[in-house]
Every structure is written in structure tokens, then in C-alpha cells.
Design a protein around this ligand. Sequence first.
Ligand code: HEC
Length: 192
Amino acid sequence: MRRLALGVAAVAVAAACAPDAPPARDDAAGADASSSRLFGFGSPASEDRIALWNIDVKPDGEGLPPGSGSVEDGRRLYEVQCVACHGATGTEGPNDRLVPAANWEQWPSGRTVGGYWPYATTLFDYVRRAMPQATPGSLSDDEVYAVSAYVLHLNGLLPADAVIDSASLAAVEMPARDRFVPDDRRGGPEVR
Ligand code: HEC
């Protein structure tokens, strides 16, 4: 992969230096000149492609997709998709604990979803973009809602019969919500 990237860079440099090279960016007509015009490869990112990557969810729930999922459906998914790495109750591992030990400040085992994460919406964002670890992006939005609901249930934050959607997920108040403060330092001597 690295070799390919270097190769592409070398081609780009060679193209830019050749006597009959396409115009440099400054000479190209307009600021919208794309690499496909300059170098003869690539294409502008379409709205659809950008939308596939533009999936961040804000703490207040902005960016959450439509859909919903139940703790019960989440349990079934968890037992197939997550249990091998996170354990039956979210505490066994072998990978990160999802449910806190008694002492939330114990690190790293204490930095769990229920013990450390200030916003439930981050759980949806994280699972959707990163889990299951070997196949991220393989769960539907409804499945991510369901498995997020189950992880919150394992943390004692949702009852067993709960069903969540964008509004109810954003309304879950995390225990660590007030353990974080805005860092309004501006840099400079007062920080050092
Ligand atoms: C193949 C193993 C594997 C599977 C399967 C897996 N995970 Fe993970 N998970 C990990 C690893 C490893 C990390 C730590 C990743 C890191 O820190 O970069 C992690 C981290 C997490 C975290 C963040 C924990 C924290 O507080 O730092 C959550 C939440 C999570 N996984 C949820 C899930 C859910 C939900 C599923 C099932 C849909 C799942 N994982 C499936 C391996 C896995």
C-alpha cells in the first residue's frame, strides 16, 4: 500500500515537471480545478460518497439517523457480534470492558461506557463507525440502535424492555456526564 502511494506520488511529480504537463493549480481555470483535470485521474467526490463518510453524531444527537432498536434485539445481536471480544456481561473481555468495575477511576479497566463516556450518543457513533472490530459498517442503523440499547442496559442505564431512537438515545443521562468540564484554556503562559 505504501509502495503504491509512493508510486502515485512519483507519477504526479513527473507529470507536473514534464514539458507538456497540464497547467499547475495556479494556472488552472477557477478554484474548482480537480485533480482529475490536473493529473488525468481521480474524480470529484459526489454528494453520495461524501454522505457515506459524513456520519458524525454530536452529543445532543444531531446527526443520528432515523431508526430504532430494542434492548431485546440488541441482546441477540450482542451475543453473536460482540460477545467474543467484550464478554457476556461486558466485563470479561478479552478486549475493552464496556461495563464499569466498582471504581471508575481505575485505569484502563475503569474507562468504560457506563463509567466514563459523557454522552450516550457517542456510543451509537462509535459502534457504527468502528464495531464489530473486524467488520465495521456491517450493522444497519436499526442494529446499531439495538446493540447500543443493550450496552446501555448492561450498564444499568436502560430497562430490559426499552426501545430507543434518536430522541430517546440523546435523552439518556450518562453517569459521567458531569465529570468533564470544557477546557477553555487559550494556550500560552497560563497553560504552561
Ligand atoms: C474482534 C473483537 C471485537 C468485536 C467482535 C467487537 N469489538 Fe468492540 N472493541 C474491540 C477492541 C479491540 C476495542 C478497542 C478499540 C480501540 O481502543 O481502538 C473495542 C472497543 C469497543 C468499544 C469502546 C470501549 C471503550 O470504552 O473504549 C465499544 C463501545 C465496543 N467496542 C462495542 C462493541 C460492540 C457493540 C460490538 C458488537 C457489535 C463489538 N464491540 C464487537 C474488539 C471487538
